[in-house]
Design a protein. Sequence first.
Length: 443
Amino acid sequence: MRIPNASSLTRFPLAAAVSGGGALWITMGTTQPQHHDGESSPHVASQPSLRIPASTPTRIWSNPYSFSSTTMSWPSPIYALAAPTQCEAGAASASDDEPTAAATTMGITRPSWIRRALQWCRILDLPLPRLLHPGDPSLGVPAHLLRQRQSDEARIQSLQRQMQTLLTTTTTPQARQKALADLALQQYQIMYGPNVTPQERQDFLAKYGCTGWTVPLIQRLGELGQGRGFVELGAGHGQWARALVDEQQVRQLQQQQQQQQQQQQQKQPKDKSSSPPPLQNPRDFVLAYDDQSRLPLNPQVYHEKTRPHAAYFGNVLPCHSDPSVVLNQWRTRRRILLLVFPTPALAVETLCAYAQVGPDNDTLVYVGEGRGGANAGEEFFDLLEQGGTYEGENASTPLEGGAATEPSTQKSSYKWVLMEVHEVQPFGTKGFEKCFIFQKQPQ
């Protein structure tokens, strides 16, 4: 899981403040992760951002609701970090309310405008599964929640101005430090909600990453991935991959025990032909990748000898920043694409690369906020609502004399179908993440 745009206020209480380069850098101290032998990790006085050199002031308020590193700088405006890149594949234009033949065969239709109007009036809910339509309400964050977030951002900017003013006061360093710590705590509660502590945020990041799962959700995803497995890009420390792998291992053991019990009840002789098949390696159930550029936690602190790493972190493979390099490998084809808390650029680039591989790459699990939220951008949701095209290869045509023509390529169009929507476990009270399951439907 990646942190989209910002830095983290996860190290508290305020330990030291150093002014340099026109920006105030504040180090937040907290309980260090424990080693296996019970000893604490060495204290790290300052943990620079993993994304930006320590000599560069960090602009952290591009999104005050998701944070990754342990440094802050003031003053910094709220701004969009990076615009999502354009998808090379042309998106298919939005069609009318008439369902396609393939979708009708599967019993999947696009809701009529009458039903959409009734849903807007909160009289009826839209059915699932269904073909997505432009402005699909299930993919958006409610307007009143976005207005509240804008109000929170304005309050954070006001607190930042107060912090900047404190730098020019003539008060004692101790009084200035205490005032800065109080303002930092106020910002933290605005970002995550009341009655949550910085240490709780740190523990949440170690166990779940940027957003948490529920046991029923992990079980459902385990069922969904049977026979296919997952490929996850932007996996961060691999907590979601670890949870899915553990669930798969339990599922395989249960299946083996059931087969053994059935054999005992039928009193069949124990021979090689009737013995349960050997367990597959559950670690292959999820292939998790990350370029290590936006990790939620500092790997120098949460290293292999710490308890969080042993208990929660998964096996994450290093990868290139270009998602197509990973998704064009044979071992990742036909797998379900898992995106958890992605950045806008990562979300749209990965979706484009995944869909372009071919018709077998047909299922997406997206965990994050909807349109207008903190994760995937407008282009990502436009691609889901409009669909797109991919290039497929036709079989060669035999000619007289045994010769054959060269295989030709043709473009095939597809639409995305919203299959399921599940609740997740955000941290605090200010997150709007959900789990969306989509399936690609050829046209």
